[in-house]
Design a protein around this ligand. Sequence first.
Ligand code: ADP
Length: 477
Amino acid sequence: MRILFVASELFPHVKVGGLGDVMAALPRALRALGADVRLLLPAYPALLAAVGTQGEVAHLPDLMGGGPARILRAEAPGLPLYLLDQPAFFDRPGGPYGHPEDLARRFAALAWAAAHLGRAGDAEGWRPQILHGHDWPTGLMPAYVAYGEGPRPATVMTIHNIAFQGRFPASMLGELRLPRHAFTPEGVEFHGDIGFLKAGLNLADRLSTVSPTYAREIQVAGGHGLEGLLAHRNGSLRGILNGVDHEVWNPAKDPHLVCHYDLKHPARRAPNRPDFQRRMGLQEGAAAPLFAAVSRLDPLKGLDLVLENVDHLVARGAQLAVLGTGDFHAEGAFRQAARRHPGRVAVFIGYDEALAHRAFAAADVLLVPSRQEPCGLTQLYAQVYGALPLVRRTGGLADTVVGVSPDTLADGTATGFQFEAANGWALGEAINGALDLHADPPAWRQVQRRAMAADFSWEAPARAYLDLYATIPSRGS
Ligand code: ADP
Protein backbone atom coordinates (compact mmCIF):
# COMPACT_ATOMS: atom_id res chain seq x y z
CA MET A 1 0.00 0.00 0.00
CA ARG A 2 1.42 3.39 -1.02
CA ILE A 3 0.66 6.18 1.44
CA LEU A 4 1.79 9.80 1.44
CA PHE A 5 1.78 11.50 4.85
CA VAL A 6 1.54 15.29 4.70
CA ALA A 7 2.57 17.38 7.70
CA SER A 8 4.18 20.57 8.95
CA GLU A 9 6.55 19.14 11.61
CA LEU A 10 9.16 16.38 11.85
CA PHE A 11 11.28 15.63 14.92
CA PRO A 12 14.18 16.36 15.40
CA HIS A 13 14.37 18.98 12.65
CA VAL A 14 11.13 20.94 13.05
CA LYS A 15 9.12 20.33 16.21
CA VAL A 16 6.66 22.58 17.97
CA GLY A 17 4.78 19.87 19.87
CA GLY A 18 3.74 16.24 19.80
CA LEU A 19 2.93 16.32 16.06
CA GLY A 20 6.67 16.40 15.28
CA ASP A 21 7.27 13.31 17.44
CA VAL A 22 4.40 11.43 15.82
CA MET A 23 5.56 12.23 12.29
CA ALA A 24 8.99 10.82 13.09
CA ALA A 25 7.65 7.57 14.54
CA LEU A 26 4.33 6.57 12.93
CA PRO A 27 5.46 6.47 9.28
CA ARG A 28 8.46 4.35 10.27
CA ALA A 29 6.23 2.00 12.29
CA LEU A 30 3.95 1.63 9.25
CA ARG A 31 6.93 0.95 7.02
CA ALA A 32 8.07 -1.74 9.46
CA LEU A 33 4.70 -3.42 8.80
CA GLY A 34 5.33 -3.35 5.05
CA ALA A 35 3.42 -0.21 4.01
CA ASP A 36 5.22 2.09 1.56
CA VAL A 37 4.81 5.32 3.53
CA ARG A 38 6.53 8.52 2.50
CA LEU A 39 6.24 11.97 4.02
CA LEU A 40 5.72 15.36 2.34
CA LEU A 41 6.86 18.42 4.28
CA PRO A 42 7.83 22.01 3.51
CA ALA A 43 11.55 22.30 2.68
CA TYR A 44 12.45 24.12 5.88
CA PRO A 45 16.12 25.20 6.01
CA ALA A 46 16.78 22.97 9.06
CA LEU A 47 15.38 19.99 7.21
CA LEU A 48 17.27 20.69 3.98
CA ALA A 49 20.50 21.04 5.92
CA ALA A 50 19.96 17.77 7.78
CA VAL A 51 18.73 15.42 5.07
CA GLY A 52 20.11 16.75 1.78
CA THR A 53 18.11 16.23 -1.41
CA GLN A 54 18.15 13.79 -4.30
CA GLY A 55 16.72 15.83 -7.14
CA GLU A 56 13.48 17.28 -8.38
CA VAL A 57 10.41 15.10 -8.92
CA ALA A 58 7.88 17.78 -9.82
CA HIS A 59 7.78 21.44 -10.80
CA LEU A 60 4.83 23.66 -9.92
CA PRO A 61 4.84 27.12 -11.51
CA ASP A 62 3.73 29.97 -9.25
CA LEU A 63 2.03 28.11 -6.45
CA MET A 64 -0.40 30.20 -4.35
CA GLY A 65 1.39 33.43 -5.25
CA GLY A 66 4.62 32.27 -3.60
CA GLY A 67 6.57 31.92 -6.83
CA PRO A 68 7.72 28.74 -8.54
CA ALA A 69 7.92 25.62 -6.42
CA ARG A 70 9.66 22.29 -6.77
CA ILE A 71 9.04 19.01 -5.06
CA LEU A 72 12.35 17.40 -4.12
CA ARG A 73 13.09 13.82 -3.08
CA ALA A 74 15.05 13.36 0.12
CA GLU A 75 15.65 10.69 2.69
CA ALA A 76 15.63 10.80 6.49
CA PRO A 77 17.01 7.63 8.11
CA GLY A 78 14.47 4.92 7.27
CA LEU A 79 11.95 7.39 5.88
CA PRO A 80 11.63 8.62 2.27
CA LEU A 81 10.69 12.28 2.09
CA TYR A 82 9.31 14.76 -0.39
CA LEU A 83 10.11 18.39 0.32
CA LEU A 84 8.14 21.30 -1.08
CA ASP A 85 10.85 23.77 -2.00
CA GLN A 86 9.34 27.22 -2.30
CA PRO A 87 11.86 29.66 -0.84
CA ALA A 88 9.52 32.67 -0.53
CA PHE A 89 7.29 30.65 1.81
CA PHE A 90 9.58 28.25 3.63
CA ASP A 91 13.21 29.41 3.50
CA ARG A 92 13.16 31.88 6.38
CA PRO A 93 13.30 31.92 10.18
CA GLY A 94 10.16 32.19 12.32
CA GLY A 95 9.09 28.59 12.86
CA PRO A 96 6.43 26.65 10.96
CA TYR A 97 3.54 28.82 12.12
CA GLY A 98 5.16 32.28 11.99
CA HIS A 99 4.62 34.89 9.25
CA PRO A 100 0.82 35.21 9.52
CA GLU A 101 0.66 37.28 6.33
CA ASP A 102 0.99 34.17 4.17
CA LEU A 103 0.08 31.37 6.60
CA ALA A 104 -3.00 30.35 4.59
CA ARG A 105 -1.30 30.50 1.20
CA ARG A 106 1.78 28.55 2.17
CA PHE A 107 -0.09 25.66 3.80
CA ALA A 108 -2.51 25.71 0.87
CA ALA A 109 0.62 25.30 -1.27
CA LEU A 110 1.63 22.27 0.78
CA ALA A 111 -1.85 20.75 0.44
CA TRP A 112 -1.86 21.48 -3.30
CA ALA A 113 1.53 19.79 -3.71
CA ALA A 114 0.17 16.73 -1.89
CA ALA A 115 -2.88 16.57 -4.17
CA HIS A 116 -0.58 16.96 -7.18
CA LEU A 117 1.53 13.96 -6.08
CA GLY A 118 -1.68 12.04 -5.46
CA ARG A 119 -2.90 12.71 -9.00
CA ALA A 120 0.27 12.71 -11.06
CA GLY A 121 2.79 10.79 -8.92
CA ASP A 122 6.48 11.64 -8.87
CA ALA A 123 8.94 11.59 -11.77
CA GLU A 124 9.74 7.94 -11.07
CA GLY A 125 6.12 6.87 -11.28
CA TRP A 126 5.45 6.50 -7.55
CA ARG A 127 1.85 7.52 -6.96
CA PRO A 128 0.23 7.26 -3.52
CA GLN A 129 -3.08 5.41 -3.19
CA ILE A 130 -3.79 7.27 0.06
CA LEU A 131 -3.03 10.86 1.04
CA HIS A 132 -2.96 11.18 4.83
CA GLY A 133 -2.97 14.75 6.17
CA HIS A 134 -2.26 15.82 9.72
CA ASP A 135 -3.95 18.80 11.39
CA TRP A 136 -5.24 22.05 9.93
CA PRO A 137 -2.17 22.95 7.84
CA THR A 138 -3.05 20.03 5.54
CA GLY A 139 -6.83 20.48 5.73
CA LEU A 140 -7.26 21.74 2.15
CA MET A 141 -5.61 18.62 0.73
CA PRO A 142 -8.89 16.62 0.57
CA ALA A 143 -10.53 19.72 -0.96
CA TYR A 144 -7.97 19.94 -3.77
CA VAL A 145 -8.51 16.24 -4.41
CA ALA A 146 -12.32 16.49 -4.29
CA TYR A 147 -12.62 19.57 -6.51
CA GLY A 148 -9.75 18.69 -8.83
CA GLU A 149 -9.61 16.74 -12.06
CA GLY A 150 -8.06 13.38 -12.79
CA PRO A 151 -7.46 10.33 -10.63
CA ARG A 152 -8.66 10.64 -7.06
CA PRO A 153 -6.49 9.06 -4.40
CA ALA A 154 -8.20 8.20 -1.11
CA THR A 155 -7.80 10.80 1.65
CA VAL A 156 -7.47 10.54 5.42
CA MET A 157 -7.28 13.39 7.95
CA THR A 158 -5.94 13.02 11.48
CA ILE A 159 -6.77 15.56 14.17
CA HIS A 160 -3.85 16.01 16.55
CA ASN A 161 -5.42 19.08 18.14
CA ILE A 162 -8.83 20.42 17.20
CA ALA A 163 -8.21 23.72 18.99
CA PHE A 164 -6.13 24.84 15.99
CA GLN A 165 -8.31 25.02 12.90
CA GLY A 166 -6.87 27.45 10.36
CA ARG A 167 -9.71 29.92 9.63
CA PHE A 168 -9.18 32.51 6.93
CA PRO A 169 -11.37 35.12 5.19
CA ALA A 170 -13.74 34.01 2.45
CA SER A 171 -12.18 36.65 0.19
CA MET A 172 -9.15 34.33 -0.18
CA LEU A 173 -11.14 31.69 -2.07
CA GLY A 174 -9.65 32.58 -5.47
CA GLU A 175 -6.10 33.04 -4.17
CA LEU A 176 -6.32 29.58 -2.61
CA ARG A 177 -7.45 28.15 -5.97
CA LEU A 178 -10.75 26.94 -4.54
CA PRO A 179 -13.80 27.03 -6.86
CA ARG A 180 -16.80 29.11 -5.83
CA HIS A 181 -18.95 26.01 -5.46
CA ALA A 182 -16.56 24.77 -2.73
CA PHE A 183 -17.81 27.57 -0.46
CA THR A 184 -20.70 25.70 1.17
CA PRO A 185 -21.11 24.14 4.63
CA GLU A 186 -20.53 20.73 2.99
CA GLY A 187 -17.28 22.09 1.51
CA VAL A 188 -14.77 24.55 2.91
CA GLU A 189 -17.11 27.16 4.43
CA PHE A 190 -17.06 27.58 8.21
CA HIS A 191 -19.16 30.36 9.76
CA GLY A 192 -18.56 32.63 6.78
CA ASP A 193 -14.82 31.92 6.64
CA ILE A 194 -12.71 29.30 4.90
CA GLY A 195 -11.98 26.58 7.47
CA PHE A 196 -8.95 24.49 6.61
CA LEU A 197 -9.53 21.78 9.20
CA LYS A 198 -13.27 21.91 8.61
CA ALA A 199 -12.70 21.31 4.89
CA GLY A 200 -10.50 18.33 5.59
CA LEU A 201 -12.97 16.83 8.04
CA ASN A 202 -15.84 17.29 5.58
CA LEU A 203 -14.13 15.93 2.53
CA ALA A 204 -11.65 13.24 3.60
CA ASP A 205 -12.73 9.62 3.17
CA ARG A 206 -11.70 8.69 6.72
CA LEU A 207 -10.92 10.63 9.87
CA SER A 208 -8.94 9.81 12.94
CA THR A 209 -7.83 11.44 16.11
CA VAL A 210 -5.26 10.44 18.66
CA SER A 211 -7.25 8.77 21.42
CA PRO A 212 -10.61 7.03 21.80
CA THR A 213 -11.75 9.39 24.58
CA TYR A 214 -10.86 12.51 22.56
CA ALA A 215 -12.72 11.01 19.59
CA ARG A 216 -15.84 10.95 21.78
CA GLU A 217 -15.24 14.35 23.42
CA ILE A 218 -14.89 16.25 20.14
CA GLN A 219 -18.33 15.02 19.04
CA VAL A 220 -20.07 16.43 22.07
CA ALA A 221 -18.56 19.43 23.84
CA GLY A 222 -14.86 19.54 23.05
CA GLY A 223 -14.95 20.01 19.30
CA HIS A 224 -14.40 23.79 19.20
CA GLY A 225 -17.43 24.27 16.95
CA LEU A 226 -16.96 21.10 14.90
CA GLU A 227 -18.99 18.78 17.17
CA GLY A 228 -21.95 18.49 14.78
CA LEU A 229 -19.81 17.67 11.77
CA LEU A 230 -17.83 15.06 13.72
CA ALA A 231 -20.95 13.46 15.17
CA HIS A 232 -22.32 13.30 11.62
CA ARG A 233 -19.11 11.58 10.44
CA ASN A 234 -18.92 9.31 13.47
CA GLY A 235 -18.89 6.18 11.32
CA SER A 236 -15.72 7.32 9.54
CA LEU A 237 -13.87 8.52 12.68
CA ARG A 238 -11.45 6.43 14.75
CA GLY A 239 -9.52 7.21 17.93
CA ILE A 240 -6.04 5.70 17.73
CA LEU A 241 -3.56 6.34 20.54
CA ASN A 242 -0.07 7.61 19.88
CA GLY A 243 2.90 5.52 20.92
CA VAL A 244 6.41 6.08 22.18
CA ASP A 245 9.46 5.96 19.95
CA HIS A 246 11.75 3.74 22.02
CA GLU A 247 14.74 4.77 19.91
CA VAL A 248 14.38 8.29 21.28
CA TRP A 249 12.69 7.71 24.63
CA ASN A 250 14.53 4.90 26.36
CA PRO A 251 16.18 5.31 29.79
CA ALA A 252 18.43 2.32 29.07
CA LYS A 253 20.32 4.25 26.39
CA ASP A 254 19.25 7.89 26.57
CA PRO A 255 22.37 10.01 25.88
CA HIS A 256 21.00 12.86 27.99
CA LEU A 257 21.04 10.90 31.26
CA VAL A 258 23.99 10.59 33.65
CA CYS A 259 22.98 7.05 34.56
CA HIS A 260 21.06 4.51 32.46
CA TYR A 261 18.41 2.30 33.98
CA ASP A 262 15.53 0.00 33.13
CA LEU A 263 12.83 -2.05 34.75
CA LYS A 264 15.37 -4.56 36.02
CA HIS A 265 17.68 -1.88 37.46
CA PRO A 266 15.38 0.86 38.79
CA ALA A 267 17.85 1.91 41.50
CA ARG A 268 20.17 3.25 38.80
CA ARG A 269 17.59 5.96 38.16
CA ALA A 270 18.65 7.76 41.38
CA PRO A 271 21.77 9.66 40.15
CA ASN A 272 19.69 11.43 37.52
CA ARG A 273 17.85 13.39 40.18
CA PRO A 274 20.74 15.43 41.67
CA ASP A 275 22.00 16.10 38.15
CA PHE A 276 18.64 17.56 37.14
CA GLN A 277 18.24 19.43 40.43
CA ARG A 278 21.67 21.04 39.98
CA ARG A 279 20.88 22.09 36.42
CA MET A 280 17.57 23.60 37.53
CA GLY A 281 18.91 25.29 40.67
CA LEU A 282 16.91 23.10 43.05
CA GLN A 283 18.29 21.87 46.37
CA GLU A 284 19.92 18.52 45.74
CA GLY A 285 18.74 15.47 47.58
CA ALA A 286 16.30 12.59 47.44
CA ALA A 287 14.10 13.48 50.41
CA ALA A 288 11.71 16.02 48.88
CA PRO A 289 9.19 14.56 46.41
CA LEU A 290 9.98 16.14 43.06
CA PHE A 291 7.06 17.26 40.88
CA ALA A 292 7.70 18.37 37.31
CA ALA A 293 5.78 19.77 34.34
CA VAL A 294 7.06 19.75 30.75
CA SER A 295 4.60 21.62 28.61
CA ARG A 296 3.69 24.37 26.25
CA LEU A 297 2.27 27.12 28.47
CA ASP A 298 -1.14 27.31 26.86
CA PRO A 299 -4.45 27.77 28.70
CA LEU A 300 -5.62 24.33 27.50
CA LYS A 301 -2.64 22.73 29.26
CA GLY A 302 -4.03 23.86 32.64
CA LEU A 303 -0.73 25.00 34.11
CA ASP A 304 -2.64 27.75 35.93
CA LEU A 305 -3.90 24.96 38.20
CA VAL A 306 -0.26 24.15 39.02
CA LEU A 307 0.35 27.83 39.78
CA GLU A 308 -2.52 27.70 42.27
CA ASN A 309 -0.79 24.80 43.99
CA VAL A 310 2.78 26.12 44.19
CA ASP A 311 2.54 27.19 47.82
CA HIS A 312 0.69 24.00 48.72
CA LEU A 313 3.45 21.84 47.18
CA VAL A 314 6.16 23.76 49.01
CA ALA A 315 4.25 23.65 52.30
CA ARG A 316 4.02 19.88 51.95
CA GLY A 317 7.82 19.69 51.52
CA ALA A 318 7.83 18.99 47.79
CA GLN A 319 9.89 20.53 45.00
CA LEU A 320 8.53 21.75 41.66
CA ALA A 321 10.36 22.05 38.34
CA VAL A 322 8.60 23.55 35.32
CA LEU A 323 9.94 23.46 31.74
CA GLY A 324 7.75 25.45 29.46
CA THR A 325 7.28 28.28 27.08
CA GLY A 326 4.31 30.05 25.57
CA ASP A 327 1.85 32.28 27.36
CA PHE A 328 3.66 35.40 28.53
CA HIS A 329 1.68 35.78 31.76
CA ALA A 330 2.17 32.15 32.75
CA GLU A 331 5.91 32.47 32.12
CA GLY A 332 6.02 35.51 34.42
CA ALA A 333 3.94 33.84 37.11
CA PHE A 334 6.18 30.77 37.20
CA ARG A 335 9.30 32.97 37.31
CA GLN A 336 7.78 34.81 40.25
CA ALA A 337 6.95 31.53 42.02
CA ALA A 338 10.57 30.42 41.61
CA ARG A 339 11.79 33.70 43.12
CA ARG A 340 9.43 33.22 46.08
CA HIS A 341 10.70 29.70 46.76
CA PRO A 342 14.38 29.55 45.82
CA GLY A 343 15.75 26.03 45.80
CA ARG A 344 12.23 24.57 46.06
CA VAL A 345 10.61 25.81 42.85
CA ALA A 346 12.53 26.21 39.59
CA VAL A 347 11.44 27.18 36.13
CA PHE A 348 13.12 26.92 32.75
CA ILE A 349 11.40 29.17 30.24
CA GLY A 350 12.23 27.84 26.81
CA TYR A 351 12.36 24.64 24.86
CA ASP A 352 15.13 22.19 25.70
CA GLU A 353 14.82 18.62 24.48
CA ALA A 354 17.72 17.28 26.60
CA LEU A 355 16.41 18.92 29.76
CA ALA A 356 12.98 17.39 29.12
CA HIS A 357 14.53 13.90 29.01
CA ARG A 358 16.36 14.65 32.26
CA ALA A 359 13.16 15.85 33.91
CA PHE A 360 11.35 12.57 33.16
CA ALA A 361 14.30 10.63 34.57
CA ALA A 362 14.47 12.71 37.74
CA ALA A 363 10.91 13.54 38.76
CA ASP A 364 8.73 11.50 41.06
CA VAL A 365 5.53 12.94 39.60
CA LEU A 366 4.82 14.54 36.22
CA LEU A 367 1.91 16.99 36.31
CA VAL A 368 -0.37 17.05 33.26
CA PRO A 369 -3.50 18.97 34.34
CA SER A 370 -4.76 19.66 30.81
CA ARG A 371 -8.25 21.02 30.26
CA GLN A 372 -8.19 19.15 26.96
CA GLU A 373 -5.56 16.68 25.75
CA PRO A 374 -6.00 14.88 22.43
CA CYS A 375 -3.48 12.18 23.36
CA GLY A 376 -0.57 13.73 25.23
CA LEU A 377 2.92 12.33 25.03
CA THR A 378 4.58 13.55 28.22
CA GLN A 379 2.49 11.23 30.42
CA LEU A 380 3.70 8.32 28.26
CA TYR A 381 7.36 9.38 28.43
CA ALA A 382 7.00 9.85 32.19
CA GLN A 383 5.81 6.27 32.62
CA VAL A 384 8.61 4.86 30.46
CA TYR A 385 11.08 6.84 32.61
CA GLY A 386 9.53 5.90 35.97
CA ALA A 387 7.93 9.24 36.87
CA LEU A 388 4.29 8.75 37.84
CA PRO A 389 1.94 10.94 35.79
CA LEU A 390 -0.70 12.95 37.62
CA VAL A 391 -3.28 13.83 35.00
CA ARG A 392 -6.71 15.30 34.53
CA ARG A 393 -9.15 12.66 33.32
CA THR A 394 -9.58 13.88 29.75
CA GLY A 395 -8.74 12.72 26.21
CA GLY A 396 -5.69 10.53 25.90
CA LEU A 397 -4.74 11.16 29.51
CA ALA A 398 -7.83 9.20 30.58
CA ASP A 399 -6.90 6.39 28.19
CA THR A 400 -3.23 5.97 29.13
CA VAL A 401 -3.02 6.45 32.90
CA VAL A 402 -4.66 4.14 35.43
CA GLY A 403 -5.28 6.26 38.52
CA VAL A 404 -4.35 5.04 41.99
CA SER A 405 -7.38 3.84 43.98
CA PRO A 406 -7.86 1.10 46.57
CA ASP A 407 -8.98 -1.21 43.73
CA THR A 408 -6.15 -0.46 41.32
CA LEU A 409 -3.58 -0.71 44.10
CA ALA A 410 -5.03 -4.07 45.11
CA ASP A 411 -5.05 -5.49 41.59
CA GLY A 412 -1.72 -3.91 40.67
CA THR A 413 -2.98 -1.95 37.63
CA ALA A 414 -2.33 1.61 38.87
CA THR A 415 0.22 3.63 36.88
CA GLY A 416 -0.36 7.18 38.13
CA PHE A 417 -2.93 9.62 39.48
CA GLN A 418 -6.08 11.12 38.00
CA PHE A 419 -8.41 13.96 38.93
CA GLU A 420 -11.61 15.13 37.30
CA ALA A 421 -12.64 18.76 37.93
CA ALA A 422 -10.54 21.39 36.15
CA ASN A 423 -9.78 23.47 39.23
CA GLY A 424 -6.88 24.04 41.58
CA TRP A 425 -8.60 22.39 44.53
CA ALA A 426 -9.10 19.11 42.68
CA LEU A 427 -5.47 19.13 41.55
CA GLY A 428 -4.43 19.84 45.15
CA GLU A 429 -6.38 16.79 46.35
CA ALA A 430 -4.67 14.63 43.72
CA ILE A 431 -1.29 16.04 44.79
CA ASN A 432 -2.15 14.99 48.36
CA GLY A 433 -2.90 11.48 47.08
CA ALA A 434 0.47 11.35 45.33
CA LEU A 435 2.24 12.53 48.47
CA ASP A 436 0.46 9.87 50.54
CA LEU A 437 1.63 7.15 48.19
CA HIS A 438 5.15 8.61 48.15
CA ALA A 439 5.23 8.15 51.93
CA ASP A 440 4.77 4.41 51.35
CA PRO A 441 7.89 3.40 49.34
CA PRO A 442 6.93 -0.25 48.63
CA ALA A 443 3.52 0.81 47.27
CA TRP A 444 5.17 3.59 45.24
CA ARG A 445 7.67 1.17 43.72
CA GLN A 446 4.88 -1.21 42.75
CA VAL A 447 3.06 1.54 40.83
CA GLN A 448 6.34 2.72 39.30
CA ARG A 449 7.16 -0.79 38.08
CA ARG A 450 3.76 -1.12 36.49
CA ALA A 451 4.13 2.27 34.79
CA MET A 452 7.58 1.39 33.42
CA ALA A 453 6.28 -1.95 32.14
CA ALA A 454 3.38 -0.41 30.19
CA ASP A 455 3.54 -1.12 26.45
CA PHE A 456 3.34 2.09 24.45
CA SER A 457 5.15 0.84 21.37
CA TRP A 458 3.98 2.11 17.98
CA GLU A 459 3.21 -1.29 16.51
CA ALA A 460 -0.38 -1.57 17.74
CA PRO A 461 -1.29 1.99 16.68
CA ALA A 462 0.33 1.41 13.27
CA ARG A 463 -1.82 -1.72 12.81
CA ALA A 464 -4.90 0.30 13.72
CA TYR A 465 -4.08 2.83 10.98
CA LEU A 466 -3.69 -0.01 8.47
CA ASP A 467 -7.12 -1.29 9.54
CA LEU A 468 -8.55 2.18 9.00
CA TYR A 469 -7.02 2.42 5.50
CA ALA A 470 -8.45 -1.00 4.69
CA THR A 471 -12.00 0.28 5.29
CA ILE A 472 -11.76 2.76 2.39
CA PRO A 473 -13.47 1.37 -0.70
CA SER A 474 -11.18 1.32 -3.70
CA ARG A 475 -11.91 3.88 -6.44
CA GLY A 476 -9.82 1.91 -8.86
CA SER A 477 -7.37 4.81 -9.27
P1 ADP B 1 1.46 19.16 22.57
O1 ADP B 1 1.68 18.50 21.26
O2 ADP B 1 0.06 19.64 22.80
O3 ADP B 1 2.45 20.23 22.89
P2 ADP B 1 2.25 16.59 23.72
O4 ADP B 1 2.29 16.11 25.12
O5 ADP B 1 1.55 15.74 22.73
O6 ADP B 1 1.66 18.06 23.74
O7 ADP B 1 3.74 16.78 23.17
C1 ADP B 1 4.61 17.71 23.74
C2 ADP B 1 6.02 17.40 23.28
O8 ADP B 1 6.83 18.56 23.44
C3 ADP B 1 6.69 16.32 24.11
O9 ADP B 1 7.66 15.66 23.31
C4 ADP B 1 7.37 17.14 25.22
O10 ADP B 1 8.45 16.45 25.81
C5 ADP B 1 7.83 18.35 24.43
N1 ADP B 1 7.95 19.58 25.23
C6 ADP B 1 6.97 20.40 25.67
N2 ADP B 1 7.49 21.47 26.30
C7 ADP B 1 8.83 21.33 26.26
C8 ADP B 1 9.94 22.13 26.74
N3 ADP B 1 9.74 23.29 27.36
N4 ADP B 1 11.18 21.67 26.50
C9 ADP B 1 11.37 20.50 25.84
N5 ADP B 1 10.39 19.71 25.38
C10 ADP B 1 9.13 20.12 25.57
